[in-house]
Write a protein that binds this ligand. Structure first.
Ligand SMILES: [Zn+2]
Ligand SMILES: [Zn+2]
Length: 739
């Protein structure tokens, strides 16, 4: 007796057995979506396996009541990947299915569109009809003539040209005059967007070697091609390498996935892929409508496209013959999903490559310590691009010690050197980018008189002040309130604003550089995709001379006329309470600096800091990644932080602080037997942000080389005994943000 093991669409970490009725026997397979009776209602589920027999008495089992679609929605290899994710990331299997299938496909609320096309059955007959038609059948005759002039014309076009033609079309099809065909019709996010073909440029010697090496690796061991770390300096032409390897894959009839950080999914990136491969490319990003997302998924599933380019979730594109996964800017933290399952798309990409025998390329100018250490220990191979294309020079980096440098004009924000260099660029007609990773006008609003500070009452941190909007926002919970004009405590109107953000920098630029075109790019000004594209367009055409921005301008942008990059306060990322603070700082300076000098003229970078001798800043100045790696990895080993071990954080939050503490203690107690000697346990302790949106937050941090046993037990505790009502508990494996 064949039994289907079904995962029910509920947050339960277990599967249930169901009988397979005869009529569904041939169609039920792993990955098929089904409807099943569950309790008193019917629910959706996915078949994860078909087995012989069950450990439950057969007469107690219920039957599958309906199946959806003729084909499995999830391939067997992807199901396997989901299993692995649930084990590794310590989450419920059902949550991994959510990651594998986008909501529009999973829920079945969106349907594919059908398009009808019409053909003339017999031209002779049609001619006769037209000839014989009197006044009464004039409209039919007109429609026939139109179809004669364009066989295969769509119903949509006919509806646009004739008033209500559907009835007549139906009638003529039934009488045999017309032949009707139905097609799948895909919503096209690129409708009306011009496709500009780009020819492959000539490769530099270094690029050529890299392509040969990567393809060689794929051919030597086609069953297990493995993972390559492509470490190429900014401006070394990594994207062109991806394009060449994809080309090879297409020749072999294999599909490719390219992951880029959401923020880098600019028209610039998309154009390069579509320009080379045309409609063979599916683009997946967060701005797609549900219908578009559904259609893109279907196109991939049906083999209508060979390449998917997209953010994190594109990793699960349902290709059937996957040959390549590229993870561009692999060090990016946005590859880590912030909600359950908290997976890192870079690491899951390596696993998917393993299950599908596909080559994986991780590309970066500043590889994560995790990936580089995998090169050192032999798990990944390394491919390097040490030079920029067209013999362009790396930008020169000057470090300005802001302790001695408050300038007359720029105060504590702009050094004299930066002001001078920007003026030079304005005279030469060259462009400048100014980077500060803090939005708003000021991060603190304080009363001069009584010391009152504007704080979010739910999170106990100070509000960020936005001058133009006259509002206050909380960067933890997102609350937005009106800013008071006077101190609410004493009525004083003299308010001090400290902790400058991008809005203040923009204002300062306007007063320092009168007449220059100045724009700002951050989460506040970039409310939609269009504003983003407009600013980038204006920057490209030179209408903007100075672009001020947060990390939004740090990556992926390629503007040849930018010859100066200013980093206002390089210390911001150093001050976060995180063991990766130095790594982040090195990455940020290198990436932002990488925007300079991408054209014919060399670039210059000015880094302003209060800690000029900091190691991350110094190595970034020298463009010396290997030395930075050696320095940093020895610290991680010494203090036992990833990648020298695994990091698992158990987060707990709730409205009642004592209940949260109680739950934390009892979890730790239950886990005790499974924590081995080498594992370091910190906490339970309040999180670095101890209260968000009125919820108290605690965490337990575990670091060790072997955590598998512990994870298994933890999964049982969290999902096994039903949900706790008062305390929410979740885990974060390989956490990259300990806040
Ligand atoms: Zn006051
Ligand atoms: Zn808040």
């Amino acid at each position: 007796m064949k039994i289907a093991r079904v995962m029910v669409n509920l947050s339960l970490d277990r599967v249930f057995d169901y009988l397979i009725p005869d009529r569904f026997e041939s169609a039920v397979a792993p990955g098929v979506k089904v409807e099943i009776p569950f309790g008193k209602s019917k629910r959706m589920g996915f078949v994860v396996a078909v087995t012989e027999g069950s450990s439950y008495p057969l007469d107690k089992l219920k039957s599958i009541s309906e199946i959806y679609g003729e084909h499995p929605k999830i391939s067997e290899k992807l199901l396997k990947l989901g299993e692995w994710m649930a084990d590794y990331y310590c989450c419920a299997r059902e949550q991994t299915v959510k990651a594998l299938l986008p909501a529009p496909v999973r829920t079945g609320k969106i349907k594919g569109k059908k398009l009808k096309r019409y053909y003339i059955s017999s031209p002779q007959e049609a001619q006769q009809f037209v000839f014989a038609s009197g006044k009464k059948k004039k409209k039919q005759a007109e429609i026939l003539k139109r179809i004669l002039s364009e066989p295969g014309i769509s119903e949509r076009t006919l509806s646009a040209e004739f008033k209500n033609p559907k009835q007549l079309l139906k009638k003529m099809s039934e009488s045999g005059l017309l032949r009707e065909e139905t097609f799948d019709c895909y919503r096209n996010p690129f409708e009306g967007v011009m496709l500009i073909k780009n020819a492959p440029p000539e490769l530099s010697g270094e690029q050529n070697d890299a392509v040969l090496k990567i393809i060689g690796q794929n051919e030597i061991n086609p069953d297990k091609p493995g993972t390559v770390l492509l470490h190429g300096v900014t401006g070394s032409g990594k994207t062109e390498i991806y394009l060449r390897v994809i080309e090879k894959m297409i020749e072999k009839g294999r599909d490719s996935i390219v992951l880029v950080p959401e923020i880098a999914l600019t028209p610039q990136t998309v154009e390069r892929f579509r320009g080379r491969f045309g409609d063979n490319v599916s683009v997946l990003h967060s701005a797609l409508s549900d219908g578009e997302r559904y259609d893109e998924w279907m196109k991939i599933h049906r083999g209508k496209v060979r390449i998917a380019v997209g953010a994190r979730s594109a990793l699960f594109a349902p290709f059937h013959n996957l040959g390549l996964i590229v993870v561009d800017e692999e060090h990016e933290t946005s590859y880590k999903q912030g909600e359950s399952p908290r997976y890192n798309a870079r690491d899951v990409a390596v696993m998917r490559g393993f299950f599908e025998n596909a080559l994986v390329i991780l590309g970066s100018a500043t590889p994560s310590l995790e990936s580089y250490s995998n090169v050192k220990n032999g798990k990944y191979s390394l491919c390097e691009l040490k030079n920029r294309v067209d013999n362009r020079l790396m930008p020169s980096v000057d470090i300005i010690d802001m302790r001695n440098e408050p300038s007359k004009e720029g105060g504590r924000l702009f050094s004299g050197a930066l002001v001078e260099e920007i003026r030079k660029r304005l005279d030469l007609g060259e462009q400048t980018m100014i980077f500060l990773n803090r939005k708003g006008y000021a991060t603190q609003m304080t009363c001069f008189n009584c010391g009152w500070t504007a704080e979010c009452p739910d999170c106990a941190i100070s509000y960020t002040y936005h001058k133009k909007r006259q509002s206050l926002s909380c960067h933890l919970c997102g609350a937005l309130v009106q800013a008071p004009i006077a101190c609410p405590q004493c009525g004083n109107r003299q308010i001090r604003y400290s902790g400058a953000g991008t809005e203040k920098i923009e204002g300062l630029c306007k007063s320092l550089f009168r007449g220059a075109g100045i724009a700002r790019m951050d989460a506040e000004t970039m409310s939609g995709r269009l504003s983003y594209e407009k600013v980038l367009g204006d920057f490209r055409t030179g209408r903007i001379d100075i672009l001020v921005g947060t990390q939004m301008i740090a990556k992926g942008l390629d503007f040849p006329n930018v010859t100066l990059v200013g980093i206002i306060c390089a210390d911001l990322s150093l001050r976060i309470p995180d063991f990766r603070a130095e790594e982040r700082t090195f990455q940020l300076i290198t990436q932002v600096a990488g925007r300079a000098g991408r054209g014919d003229r060399p670039g210059e970078v000015i880094v302003q800091t209060y800690s000029p001798s900091n190691v991350a800043i110094q190595f970034a100045k020298l463009h010396d990644y290997p030395s930075f790696y050696n320095y940093e990895i020895s610290l991680r080993e010494q203090f036992q932080y990833p990648p020298s071990c695994h990091l698992l954080i158990i987060h707990l939050k709730g409205k009642d602080e004592s209940a949260v503490v109680g739950a934390a203690d009892s979890i730790l107690d239950e886990l005790k037997l499974f924590i081995n000697k080498e594992t370091i346990v910190s906490g339970p302790a309040p999180s670095p942000n101890p209260k968000i949106k009125g919820m108290f937050r605690y965490m337990i941090m575990l670091r060790g080389k072997r955590l598998a046993e512990l994870k298994r037990k933890l999964r049982q505790i969290i999902y096994g005994s039903g949900k706790r009502k008062d305390v929410e508990i979740y885990t974060d494996i390989d956490a990259i943000n300990i806040m």
